[in-house]
Design a protein around this ligand. Structure first.
Ligand code: FES
Length: 150
């Protein structure tokens, strides 16, 4: 539990995180962070929310969408400050996401290798249009294109 004295204003949150006040409001609207309201109705953020914002910014750098980030953050406890163990747990989830993303990018890179010199950019055959890479098991882009023509 945190004391009211440890809470910060939205302006302080903006200063601490380098974000615009509007971005912080947006994150709150999207349910990524939460704020209490003082008697005047102004937002007051627990200091743990600063770490949440830091996580959001890092996760965005790793390519997670806001809904994906929200799903990860939803695993953190709301009623207490997350512990190092809590953060380690969600960091593991982030690592799994990154591993999947890296694997997908590697498959895309390999598809690109196959397309160099082809240039057909066929919507039907080119593996670059196939984000799930379902066609990769049958070969890379130019091979498929040539297979379809024969
Ligand atoms: S450019 Fe990708 S299959 Fe031709």
């Amino acid at each position: 539990m945190h004391s009211k004295h440890s809470e910060i204003t939205i302006g302080q949150m903006a200063k601490r995180t380098g974000l615009a006040v509007s971005a912080i409001r947006f994150y709150e609207t999207e349910g990524l962070i939460t704020a209490n309201r003082n008697r005047g109705g102004h937002r007051r953020f627990a200091r743990a929310q600063v770490r949440r914002v830091s996580f959001i910014l890092i996760a965005q750098q790793f390519g997670l969408t806001l809904p994906q980030i929200k799903a990860v953050l939803d695993e953190l406890p709301e009623n207490r400050t997350p512990t190092a163990k809590d953060w380690a747990h969600i960091s593991m989830g982030l690592r799994i996401h990154l591993d999947e993303r890296i694997a997908k990018l590697e498959r895309m890179r390999d598809s690109l290798d196959g397309c160099i010199g082809c240039g057909c950019l066929s919507l039907d055959a080119c593996a670059l249009y196939n984000p799930e890479d379902k066609l990769s098991q049958r070969g890379t882009g130019p091979i498929i294109s040539m297979q379809k023509e024969t």
